[in-house]
Design a protein around this ligand. Sequence first.
Ligand code: SF4
Length: 195
Amino acid sequence: MSSTLQVGGLTRCTTIDFPGELAAVVYCQGCPWQCHYCHNAALIPIQGEEQLNWQQIMDFIHQRRGLLDGIVFSGGEPTLQPALLDAMREVKQLGMKVALHTNGAYPERLNDLLPLCDWVGMDLKAPFADYHHITGCPVSGKQAQKSADLLRHSGVTHQFRTTVDPWLRDNGRLEQMQALVQSWGETLVLQTMRS
Ligand code: SF4
């Protein structure tokens, strides 16, 4: 894999992806999971068809200093790429805030990235024991559980959120997830599935 961040898309300005901040969103290429409802399927392969050059994105970010509050790293799954750490450092060196959208697939990398994050949104896919039904990956529940534990004890402002797949409404799965997050003293944010 290249040592520079592989990027598949850029939103130049958003008010909804980084709470309270005006931000740009960098869509990182690649995701290890295969959720059937994925609305960014073009970002799942490690090499995408629409690759953007990280240096050009940094040039854009330089131009927006003072206009944007921060940069959101989304995906795909940003933590798949070891290059994310340096990319976040570059953004922080410009005095801008950093947000991360993650599925928690790489807890060790998340642990290294958290000190650089001003806000993290983590997707919870299902009760941890049932994760593979959504992600197609047998170890995904364990990975996500580790990441959720790291995040909730990190001191970083964050949000746990869930895309409400109809399957989660069966057998009390969604209620189970809500009760778990509530037991952490937090509220699970529900997102409707895009058709
Ligand atoms: S974790 Fe996100 S990016 Fe990856 S397959 Fe699932 S919905 Fe798509």
